[in-house]
Design a protein around this ligand. Sequence first.
Ligand code: OSB
Ligand code: MG
Length: 371
Amino acid sequence: MAIKLDSITLRQIRMPLVHFFETSFGRTYERHMILVEVKADGLSGWGEVTAGENPFYNEEWTESAWLILRDYAGPRLLHHTIESAGTAGERTAHIRGHNMARGGLEVAVWDLEARMLGKPLYQHIGGGVRREIPCGVSIGIQDSVPQLIAKIETELAAGYQRIKMKIKPGKDVEVIREIRQKFPTTKLTADANSAYTLDDADLLKRLDQFDLTMIEQPLGHDEIIDHATLQAELNTPICLDECIRSAHQAKQAIEIKAGRIINIKLGRVGGFAEAKKVHDVALAGGVPVWCGGMLEAGIGRAHNIAMATLPNFVLPGDVSASKRYWARDIIHPEVEVTPQGTIAVRDEPGFGYELDHDFIRSITVREETLT
Ligand code: OSB
Ligand code: MG
């Protein structure tokens, strides 16, 4: 339906993680996210920018996202009538890159439109094939294998359906060997966050013996072709994360067999419209997808849950309970996981949870409204 935004409010919040999260590109102790509130017709829609605190996962970070939203993306949507949320992304598509900043705004417009229609967001984006989404967990690099084992035991006891371990050079083959020995039947995966090159092909081939469900983004963050070379030599399916930023890239990657699985992240592809296209391209190409995570607070988590109700999200994703990351989340109820390792989809209009406005106010370090 036609939407004309009256205002866009950016709020930067700070949330300490209950435990640091380590990937091949570094440790995160505290998240700085931008919440985007868009208003029209007396209603608000909300989005969360998934960029990291530093430009290490991709080129974006909190500071760049703030400036892109304030100076480029926001002004393109404010007071301009768009046909529907599905076209919101097109208004900012002239911006090169910065998909997470663009996406934080785009998903807010989808949430707003769902509320204008009185519908849950998952229905509005065309999802709803499942009432509960299957969940796995992503476990950061630990200081020792016993610590990693303890974490895995906790997550399996909570019901999670698969365990993803972060790896990096020096903390890969031998760690996974011990974990596989300890957990012979658990669905295990490994995520390298672009830490290797084709020169490491022999090392990566040694991972085949551990029966991993997949290995995620072993090679360069913007590398598709080398992944095809590597996949031809590996038995373990490669899952592409960082290098898939659009449906076009997903199509090319599938055509050249750069991977057999795709992790879709809303921010990385610039919002729901492009995420749905990536989903469709993967479905047509026989490639299953799952919902990735970026250590989101409640709004981002809720949007991920909605997305994971689309038909081709058949593998357990990285969307997990709020309490794994936060002492207190910005939504209520917080996101909880069933003993079967699923999250139940909620039927309230929009993203389905209440915002804890008092808490958000108390952790806001910067706020600006475009009118
Ligand atoms: O590659 O999936 C990734 C967190 C930060 C940056 C990149 C990644 C991750 C995760 C966390 O794996 C997933 C989650 O939010 O639980
Ligand atoms: Mg990843």
